[in-house]
Design a protein around this ligand. Structure first.
Ligand code: NAD
Length: 491
């Protein structure tokens, strides 16, 4: 893999064309593995948002008049070209996120599968038919596009994040403006290129590069943007909700998590270990659904802690396919994690393993954080409530299931949660009583499928769900229709 697959300068996609920002200012896209510059990127302003709105407005009416089945065929073509170019997409994802090519290709395949699912939804886009209290009257609902969708994404799984929003937005007949992550501009750029080459009408998808405050915020503020779908931190989500709330725009927020994974005394410990390691450390812990709180029963605590520490010591860091985790996305993120670890240490936490930047000769220039386990932390401590978005997990000791459930629910977040147990009663009780949008038994805290809804409660979201058919509700308006039959004219 080498950086020549990136253009020298990545600019915006507006109305099917590559358009630089009007101020010609640029920022560098860095490879998190070694801090080398991959390419330069347009630092766009609200002028680019205005241009994208004009383009999207012009394209949307015609796009929504194309029957949904045909829109689906066009999106299916996009997926086919993505499949043909999966290696290129995977390489771009790998280089700008610091994950292995194998992981990046897995993510690309997931994005294609999701695209195909939503392309197929063009054959359905169900409304409902309902009964009426009034004779000779029929009720039904139909779906209509919202208009222009503003889509804002983070960098952690960039091609998947883009697919999760673009495919459902477009199948519903909207035009879309995607604000790329400043940490993964190349993934958005190649997606835009594929989409234009496939024959999506110009202006149906516009892609803007730049910073959140310069581009994301004007997009959220713009009165022509009917629906905003945001995936990112709770802090930014709250700001977006405030701005969008002022003008009563529709919003979907997929936010942070501090996800618990409970290991009960009756669990298959090898299985629990495997999923704990993957949930805490894969993708360098940069998952909204990572297991950042591992809650273990007293009676097996020492044994499981040793298993976890031994397995963590064996993890290989780097970007090769057989490495287990790569760097975090940028230096700011790394420094933030180190700051929180110092703070936790000063408040009494014990660093069981890790807790440092990796300084080795081959990884020292990159943003590598050693996989970290903390203990001696109370569930009320600050670190128990702070999402760190890196390879850091906290171990908690509990007496029994009731204490585990109470600790798991003691969080402002409620995204995903997992329990490891062989007791069906415990498992079912957990799925019913855990405060989370996703409850998993004997698996990981992450892992979602295109046809299943994903999203959180409490500070992890605002109640919407993407993807699954639930995403169609985010990107369409429901219209109620009444039909009155006049019996005297019926014959
Ligand atoms: P972030 O909130 O800093 O940024 C996300 C996106 O929002 C970026 O494109 C950024 O440019 C943009 N942005 C920043 N400020 C903005 C503003 N004022 N107005 C509009 N847009 C703005 O998040 P991040 O650090 O890039 O990503 C990590 C976060 O994303 C974590 O909290 C993680 O849990 C969350 N996340 C959630 C999910 C989910 O499905 N729930 C999935 C992945 C990541």
């Amino acid at each position: 893999m080498n950086s020549s697959i990136f253009p020298k300068v990545i600019v915006n996609w507006i109305n099917g064309q590559e358009v630089p920002s009007d101020n010609s200012r640029l920022f560098a896209n860095l490879n998190p593995h070694n801090a080398e510059v991959l390419c330069q990127v347009s630092l766009s302003t609200s002028n680019a948002v205005d241009a994208a709105i004009t383009s999207a407005q012009q394209a949307q009416a015609e796009w929504s008049n194309i029957p949904a089945v045909r829109r689906g065929q066009i999106l299916y073509d996009v997926c086919n070209v993505m499949h043909a170019q999966r290696n290129l997409i995977g390489q771009i994802v790998a280089l700008e996120t610091g994950k292995s090519l194998k992981a990046a290709l897995g993510e690309t395949d997931g994005a294609i599968a999701l695209g195909r699912f939503f392309a197929g939804e063009g054959q359905r886009l169900h409304g409902r038919t309902l009964q009426s209290d009034v004779p000779h009257k029929t009720g039904m609902t139909i779906r209509e596009p919202v208009g222009i969708a503003g889509l804002i994404v983070p960098a952690n799984t960039p091609i998947a994040n883009i697919a999760w929003k673009v495919f459902p937005a477009l199948i519903c007949g909207n035009a879309a403006i995607l604000k790329a992550s400043e940490d993964a501009p190349g993934t958005a750029w190649i997606f835009g290129k594929i989409v234009q080459e496939t024959g999506l009408p110009p202006g149906v998808l516009n892609i803007l590069q730049g910073m959140g405050v310069d581009v994301g915020e004007p997009l959220v503020k713009h009165p022509q943007v009917g629906v905003i779908s945001f995936t990112g931190s709770t802090q930014v989500g709250r700001r977006i909700a405030t701005i969008a709330g002022e003008r009563l725009a529709k919003i979907s927020l997929e936010l942070g998590g501090k996800n618990p994974l409970i290991v009960c005394d009756d669990a298959d410990l090898e299985n629990a270990l495997r999923w704990s390691i993957l949930s805490a450390f894969s993708n360098a812990g940069q998952r909204c659904a990572s297991a950042s709180r591992i809650i273990v029963f007293d009676s097996i605590y020492e044994r499981f802690e040793k298993m976890l520490v031994d397995a963590t010591a064996k993890l290989r860091l780097g970007i090769d396919d057989n490495d287990n985790l790569g760097p975090v996305i940028n230096e700011k993120q790394l420094k933030n994690m180190l700051m929180w670890i110092d703070k936790a240490r000063s408040q009494g936490a014990r660093i069981v393993t890790g807790g440092k930047r990796v300084e080795s000769e081959n990884l020292g220039n990159g943003y590598y954080m050693s996989p970290t386990i903390l203990d001696n932390v109370s569930s009320d401590d600050e670190i128990s409530h702070q999402e760190l978005f890196g390879p850091i997990t906290i171990l908690y000791r509990v007496h029994n299931y009731e204490d585990a459930l109470k600790l798991a629910n003691n969080s402002k977040y409620g995204l995903t949660a997992c329990i490891h147990t062989n007791n069906i009663h415990r498992a079912l009780h957990f799925t019913k009583n855990i405060q989370a949008g996703l409850a998993i038994v004997n698996g990981g805290t992450f892992g979602s499928e295109p046809h299943m809804p994903f999203g959180g409660i409490k500070n992890s979201g605002n109640g919407t769900r993407e993807p699954g058919i639930e995403a169609l509700d985010v990107y369409s308006e429901i219209k109620a229709v009444y039909l009155n039959i006049l019996p005297e004219l019926a014959h």
